[in-house]
Write a protein that binds this ligand. Sequence first.
Ligand SMILES: [Zn+2]
Length: 298
Amino acid sequence: MNVHKPRCTFKHDRFYGNNYKGDGTKQCWMTDYVVNYGTEDNPLYYCQFHKEKARDKEGYLSACPGQPDCSDFKSEIVLKKLLAAWNEENKSLPSYNHKTFALPGISCKGRGFEGFEFSESVIFDDSFFYDVEFKKTIFRKEASFKKVMFTCNNRNEAYFCEAQFEGDARFDDAVFKVDMLFESAKFSGEASFMGCQLQKKACFKKVQFNSRVRFEDEIDFLGETSFEKTVFSGYTEFTGITFQKKPNYESSHFKCDLNLRAIFKEGAHFDFAHFDKVVNIYANTRFEDAVGFKGGGF
Ligand SMILES: [Zn+2]
């Protein structure tokens, strides 16, 4: 008997391409955990990661889209299972045939990924992640978290400490409603945070940026910000930035050019910072309070 499995109807441009289980269309590939949110005559199938979208359309979701109901607490387990199967499949393929894991627009918990290894590129753009814990997680290729909303249920943080990004890391237009913690993370490819909304603490202490770094496009650092002992080895941009609180760049090391166009509302702390190359300080840069450069080196 040929049983037709319904497939999630959610569409996103990022499903297209050399994606795991993708078929070259823009439609979500999930056929498990799919539920009919429509009627028998007019079915509207969504997987458990995209069911919030169905509710958005139907208009019966609470004021806070993406907030989990009880059944959502299993979503991270399912996600991890899918990712483990994807890793296994990639292992059996030559590296030039590895598949990208694309599951954009999801609503999911992001716990339990400590030490997890993503074997290829991952795309989670436009998603809603809560309670993210990517401690010591290894991203072997590109990690795309564009326009992702990081929020919380229990933990007030998006935890990426000691994570390793071996490809480009893209957090453009992401919204961090919780503390963004990247302490001791390592970025081997481009690290891009363009247009990010950082509503709480931003901790990049002891991070190694080994390639280009882009903090650009109207980023407002609202909370405590630390780049203490951070090493910037690539061309670095802090342009179009406002620091509401005094950022800490103590003992940071800029090994490549630094472009600075920023407003420092409470000054800045650059003590013992080292600048090996050119520092371009553009017009519109303002230090509205004291700046410390004690012991620094140019
Ligand atoms: Zn789906």
